[in-house]
Design a protein around this ligand. Structure first.
Ligand code: NI
Length: 648
């Protein structure tokens, strides 16, 4: 289908480096893995999980001036399938040498995309698997979709130390058929990814395939509603942002875009121009990890959960976006350079989309005595990317508003995960979304790591609750209530959950810098829709994804503390990441704080989510509180063709 658009697009070059935070170029990725292969004599059985920029120390970034020389280092994680063994390496690209090389015992790197493909082929070819699907009337294994799920860690001795995935399988009638309509219930192939061998095929008993196909693509839908008129976004003078490499300036905002294979979109060095200088707000923000625990206890469905960043590398699964479809208007695209499992570079063109959106009114007042109306239009800068992780799509949208607000919105769509169910049964732990098709209840937990620098590095986090004044001399008319601010001084004090009934939010303040009202300059973290996990505290998934149990975590900045689940969540027994980082209850008062926000999206599936889910939204925002002296958007001009007078 041709979509006409008048908009222009541009994309950034990813093959030049002008700043220490610029992601590795394809050439640098190729160089880094070639240097490591050569200097460590790595053979063909070594897979490259990560080849990414080793971000320089903060002081290097902050002291950098355009034209300064830039030292480039790559961080690599490799898996030797023969060992099997995992190694971390740092390669200096300037000196063309391996700076460090370390064996990391007892860990499993992420499941790599190449492994997905090889694993599917191994399962399709396995005689035990072929026999199991034949019992279910499926004769063409090449049409079976094999989805490898991370195995988790349930303490089973025979799984100890092996690199395993559990393959859940779906039957298609043709390559374009939606396989998720026909889960092959009761068959799971367990694959050792090091040897790429099918370890065993579990068969929990035959259940018939659901009868209906669940196709949603245009070729199957065929008939479309006919009452949609064209809607075009035009910016005849171009967008209001400027882009220099990965640096973006938009009105008063200054920020850098980045991208990693594990986290996907990263936002760096965010500041807002005020009082003649760029005032820092956020040093680095990204999804640190996410997990989707499912609630069905039967067969092996109890093992269904997936850490889409830490176990699969959501950045490397990012979509190439299309003008007129994913993005509308005057678009700037950033390409992302990633690595294959063999250490070769590949590019995801248009991995990040950036554009401006009209966002309704910014502010308005009508002076009803004199009939004068002042109104301003709001506009936001959108920096976004979308990843496909198996059946699901996740869109990550950072919004920057003119008034200093930063918002993260997650868009959840794609295909819900399904299981078969006998005719006539009503599932307790799921919803029937089509005949004999059960969609299990589940939750999506995201954790965002935000290295806050509100007007400098020394920040303190406060919790603000609104309290009803008890009756008494201060409250004779019983109407009184007030906002109460409590400092969260240490890591354990700062492990908090939301409380919508007290209007709870968290404030990141700089006590050394005040606004003109002598208030400490601050930004508040405003939670949105949120929830806690329902798995029992002793459940494996709670130990492995301990970050889910608190919505707020605060840590002092540490270069290596990047993920809520630790560096290697795949098959990890638990306790890593935030629970471990915060164990020593370090001071976080007046320090370079990193704020970690956990966001749970609760999903009780609906028939309307099938065969493909309309976008569901969740997120949070960061809003200035006394960061400015007054409303910072009085200077947004009235809409030009109205001269400020918006009369009917
Ligand atoms: Ni869901």
């Amino acid at each position: 289908m041709a979509i006409s658009t008048t908009a222009r697009t541009e994309s950034s070059s990813i093959s030049s480096v002008s700043h220490p935070l610029d992601p590795l170029t394809p050439e640098e990725i190729a160089d880094a893995s070639a240097i490591l292969k050569e200097q460590r004599q790595l053979g063909p059985r070594v897979r490259f999980e990560t080849v990414a920029l080793r971000e320089p120390d903060k002081n290097v970034v902050q002291g950098f001036r355009p034209g300064d020389s830039i030292r480039r280092e790559a961080f690599l994680v490799v898996l030797d399938n023969d060992g099997p063994a995992t190694y971390e390496a740092v390669v200096s690209l300037d000196e063309r040498r391996v700076v460090s090389w370390e064996h990391i015992p007892g860990v499993q790197p992420r499941v790599m995309f190449d492994e997905f493909m090889e694993c599917e082929a191994a399962v399709q070819a396995d005689p035990r698997f072929r026999a199991a699907i034949k019992k279910r009337g499926i004769t063409d294994p090449s049409l079976v979709m094999v989805d490898p799920w991370s195995a988790g860690n349930y303490g089973y001795e025979d799984e100890e130390g092996r690199r395993l995935v559990l393959c859940r399988n779906f039957a298609r009638s043709s390559p374009t058929d939606n396989g998720y309509a026909r889960p092959i219930e009761g068959v799971t192939a367990v694959v050792d990814l090091n040897s790429m061998e099918v370890v065993r095929v579990d068969d929990y008993g035959v259940e018939p395939l659901p009868p209906e196909s669940g196709n949603y693509s245009a070729e199957f839908v065929g008939r479309f509603r006919e009452d949609l008129k064209p809607l075009e976004i035009t910016q005849p003078e171009g967008p209001s942002f400027t882009v220099d490499g990965w640096k973006v300036t938009w009105q008063k905002w200054h920020l850098r875009v980045g991208f990693t294979p594990r986290e996907g979109l990263v936002i760096h060095t965010v500041g807002y121009e005020d009082q003649g200088r760029v005032r820092p707000i956020l040093y680095r923000a990204a999804l640190s990890d996410m997990v989707v625990p499912y609630g069905d206890p039967s067969k092996d469905h109890y093992r269904k959960n997936a850490f889409d960043a830490g176990e699969y590398g959501i950045g490397s699964l990012t979509n190439s976006l299309t003008l007129g479809c994913d993005c509308l208007g005057e678009i700037h695209y950033f390409d992302a350079a990633m690595n294959t499992g063999r250490g070769e570079p590949f590019t995801i063109p248009n991995a990040v989309c950036m554009h401006e959106e009209d966002y309704g009114i910014l502010w308005k007042h009508t002076d009803w005595r004199i009939g004068q109306t002042e109104v301003r239009r709001s506009r936001r800068l959108v920096v976004s990317s979308v990843a496909t992780v198996g059946n699901y799509e996740y869109g990550f949208f950072w919004y920057f508003y003119q008034d200093g607000t930063i918002q993260m919105e997650i868009k959840l769509t794609g295909i819900i995960n399904t299981a078969g169910i006998p005719e006539g049964e009503t599932p307790k732990y799921g919803t029937i979304v089509a005949p004999q098709l059960n969609a299990h209840i589940h939750q999506h937990f995201f954790n965002f790591r935000m290295d806050m620098d509100v007007d400098g590095e020394e920040n303190t986090v406060y919790e603000v609750n609104t309290v009803a004044e008890p009756p008494g001399p201060d409250n004779p008319h019983l109407n009184a209530f007030y906002a109460e601010k409590t400092a969260l001084r240490t890591e354990l004090e700062a492990q908090r959950v939301i409380d919508p009934m007290t209007g709870r939010y968290w404030l990141v303040s700089n006590s050394k810098v005040s606004n003109s009202l002598r208030q400490p300059v601050s930004y508040k973290l405003m939670p949105g829709e949120n929830i806690l996990p329902f798995a029992h505290p002793d459940a494996s998934i709670i130990k492995r994804a301990g970050f889910m149990t608190k919505h707020l975590w605060v840590t002092p900045y540490h270069r290596d503390e990047i993920s809520a689940t630790g560096p290697y969540p795949n098959q990890h027994p638990g306790g890593a990441g935030l629970p471990e980082y915060t164990k020593h209850d370090r001071n976080v008062e007046n320090s370079d704080v990193v704020v970690w926000y956990t966001l749970g999206y609760h999903h009780v599936p609906r028939p309307e989510d099938w065969p493909i889910s309309p976008v569901a939204y969740c997120g949070f925002s960061l809003k200035p509180v006394g960061f400015f002296d007054t409303n910072p958007v009085l200077d947004v001009p009235p809409s030009a063709h109205h001269d400020g007078a918006c009369h009917p």
